[in-house]
Write a new protein. Structure first.
Length: 439
């Protein structure tokens, strides 16, 4: 239970806390869930909420929504932190919930940052959710498909809270300037364009938007009882933007996916943008260089063999000189990958061979290509029938190299893209020669 000091007044609280919505009518954004007639709004207003996961980026109202539910429900509401609590505390809360159920009282358990719980801690909730002792409301910034155990997730409805739009944040900031709990009791002079600039800067995060507005007002120029917020002040308050990025979370994988797919789609402008997003947010350049190196073979391959050389060179440059200097080396590599001809023939070849390798693990190596370092092995015909290609005029033989059960399999199917067209012609010629010279 949260407690506040007797000596702390509401005016001392941060603006974002003072303006926290008290009901659904004061809630900004998420109209796809909380608009009139929408399912989540109906559930809250009728006090019929079930177990759910609220998933969305920071500052979109997950905790606020839980507090609104707490204010409307007739059930016992328990606010629980995944950061400070363990299995022992979970069991104590569950025991109380079981006791309440005997007397016909529901318990809603709100777990903030549920993704911080490990599997054992999440499993501790499961039997109580199954039998209805508690209604679980979990909040997470991470994809619940990865961070919430399957058995628990299957018993919860996932509601996706979206990043707030610039229009939503602008409306929220104007509300903060007019509301008595915000700056409504003061004379604040700020141009609407500056309010919109703060909304853009906040990147969908209401808490960030309100904190930035508060900083701008507190640093405003005062003349009597009027405070003026200038363009220069707003620029100072937004000069060091913290990019929405978590190097271990979902956004990390979203951005590297965006980079990879932009290069695959031969879009150098998009690729360089996503590269900059990652580097300026603090991503390790070595990680990006490794992914670009993978791309060089997975998506380009023999269509342009130089792509791998460029990628490896960029990796070495990142390793030798680091950021910020290596940003230009990565840019060179990313632009090269974007413009290079594309072929996934090598990737497809390996994946196809892998499937056979995993399902045919016991296939024996043909005797003719086995190594025979001992007399016994030679007596067992290891290496018998081996044909040394260099002994033949065309440097080719018809010797079988695949297991009997896989004879005729084709894994590498070259395309006509870029240089790979030459490799295709060479492979076709080899196959035709073997066909003609087959014993």
């Amino acid at each position: 239970m949260e407690q506040q000091s007797l000596f702390v007044s509401e005016s001392d609280l941060p603006l974002a806390e003072r303006l926290r919505p008290r009901n659904l009518d004061e809630f900004f954004g998420q109209k796809h869930l909380l608009g009139e007639g929408k399912v989540l709004r109906k559930l809250i207003e009728s006090d019929k909420v079930g177990s759910m996961i609220l998933w969305g980026p920071p500052g979109v109202g997950k905790t606020t929504l839980a507090k609104i539910i707490a204010g409307r429900t007739k059930a016992a509401f328990v606010n629980y932190s995944a950061v400070t609590s363990g299995i022992k505390e979970i069991k104590q809360v569950m025991a109380q919930a079981d006791h309440n159920r005997i007397y016909g009282e529901k318990t809603i358990l709100f777990v903030d940052e549920i993704h911080r719980f490990n599997k054992a801690q999440q499993d501790a909730f499961l039997p109580y959710v199954e039998k209805g002792s508690v209604i679980l409301i979990g909040a997470t910034t991470e994809n619940p498909s990865f961070e919430v155990v399957g058995a628990l997730l299957s018993r919860c409805k996932v509601f996706v809270l979206q990043q707030l739009k610039v229009e939503d944040l602008t409306e929220l900031l104007l509300h903060a300037l007019a509301d008595e709990r915000g700056f409504g009791g003061q004379k604040i002079n700020i141009d609407r364009s500056l309010v919109e600039a703060i909304a853009v800067f906040a990147n969908g995060d209401a808490r960030n938007a309100l904190s930035t507005l508060e900083m701008a007002v507190l640093n405003g120029e005062t003349d009597g009882d009027v405070t003026t917020v200038t363009k220069e002040i707003v620029e100072q308050c937004t000069s060091k933007k913290s990019l929405l990025y978590d190097k271990t979370g979902e956004e990390h994988y979203n951005l590297i996916s965006a980079l990879h797919k932009s290069m695959r789609n031969s879009d150098p402008d998009a690729a360089v943008y996503w590269l900059a997003r990652m580097l300026e947010a603090g991503e390790d350049p070595i990680y990006i260089a490794r992914r670009v190196t993978r791309f060089a073979s997975e998506d380009i391959g023999l269509a342009d063999p130089r792509a791998l050389e460029i990628a490896v060179a960029a990796y070495q440059a990142c390793h030798l000189i680091g950021m910020p200097e290596c940003s230009v080396h990565l840019t060179q590599a990313v632009v090269y990958m974007s413009l290079a001809p594309k072929s996934n023939a090598l990737y497809a070849a390996y994946e196809s061979a892998k499937r056979d390798a995993l399902t045919m693990l016991a296939e024996p190596v043909p005797l003719n290509i086995r190594n025979a370092p001992t007399k016994l092995m030679k007596e067992l015909d290891y290496g018998k029938g081996y044909k040394y290609a260099h002994d033949y005029e065309d440097k080719l033989t018809t010797m079988q190299c695949l297991p009997d059960s896989l004879v005729g399999r084709e894994y590498y199917r070259p395309t006509e893209e870029g240089v790979e067209g030459r490799f295709k012609s060479r492979l076709d010629a080899i196959k035709e020669w073997k066909k003609e010279h087959k014993d």
